[in-house]
Design a protein around this ligand. Sequence first.
Ligand code: GLA
Length: 388
Amino acid sequence: MKDQLIQKFVELYGNGGEISAYFAPGRVNLIGEHTDYNGGHVFPCALTLGTYGIVRKREDRKLRFYSVNFEKAGIIASSLDELVPEKKAGWTNYPKGVMWAFEKRGYHIPAGMDILICGNIPNGSGLSSSASLEVLTGIILRDTFGFDEVSMVDIALIGQDSENNFNGCNCGIMDQFASAMGKKDHAIFLDTNTLHYEYAPVILNDAKIVIANSKVKHSLVNSAYNDRRNECETALKELKEVTEIQTLGDLTEEEFETYKQAIKDPVRRKRAKHAVYENQRTLRAVEALKNQDIELFGQLMNASHTSLRDDYEVSCKEIDILVDLAQAMPHVLGSRITGGGFGGCTVSIVKNDTVERFVDEIGKAYEEKVGHKAEFYVVDIGDGAKAI
Ligand code: GLA
């Protein structure tokens, strides 16, 4: 992959100078959904799928971008003096946003760059292709310009800042954190309130993690995401009038049941309930995995889906079909929607000897019901972003 991309880079931009190569992964979240902006816990792992970047420093302040995934767009030219979000800049708003966020923190970028990008995460699938591009840009800037004091956690935070304040999506820290901090064969148990984290080995004995891509993305993704965030913020304000908490993640289920009437609107109450219960479920799931109780881990994944579907209302018809088919199949230990929602992917724990059947039967039944094919990936958990 690397050699081919370097060859393409040279074809496009010419030979010479120091050419470097980087990779940043996408992620799949095992449990802990829509908790990362509610002060709760998440449990994602980095994939071996992600975004590759080839880069060379320039003498001037020009930026040239090219994506193998958007060949028709050709080379997109810009400059370090034009770090403002623009519709016509398309996907380059992501790397430009990260450059903007570095500058904002006082890391002056002294020279332009020629950059080639190639991603193998299906776009818009909820597996964090944009976060991987942000984290990729972060390590490129750190290494190219010697910003050695910028840690991988800083790179995740800078990526989130660029997404929130340059690209307009009010996301939490999970995706960028997983892409920057991933570890082969481990999931990251992250407290999003403190950024304290632990790596948990993902030992599933005779089972595998399987992602099913519904190949749908509903248009409300961004607006509904921001709505959910606002609903949770309002619910938190209401709860703060009756109990001393900083975030919804501070509450146990029992405490929530005691105070929930302070949340006046029933829909908002359901949203907050999900945030509280999902956080507690995540704590329990991580414990279950540590105890090698994969059955319990799977049941908690199923409960997570029910809550995301009914209380948080971020699922959709196509995803529910995939989850129902998976949960009904013997030797599937758990299945749920993963990521922001309104389409994208499901994540399931499937016994090794059932994986083929899972892909086959669910694939067929899904196509019959929905009218197009789903895609399946058996997950390998990879490392976080790095030079390659
Ligand atoms: C998106 C966001 C994350 C997180 C998830 C839901 O992926 O980018 O920060 O909120 O949705 O868990």
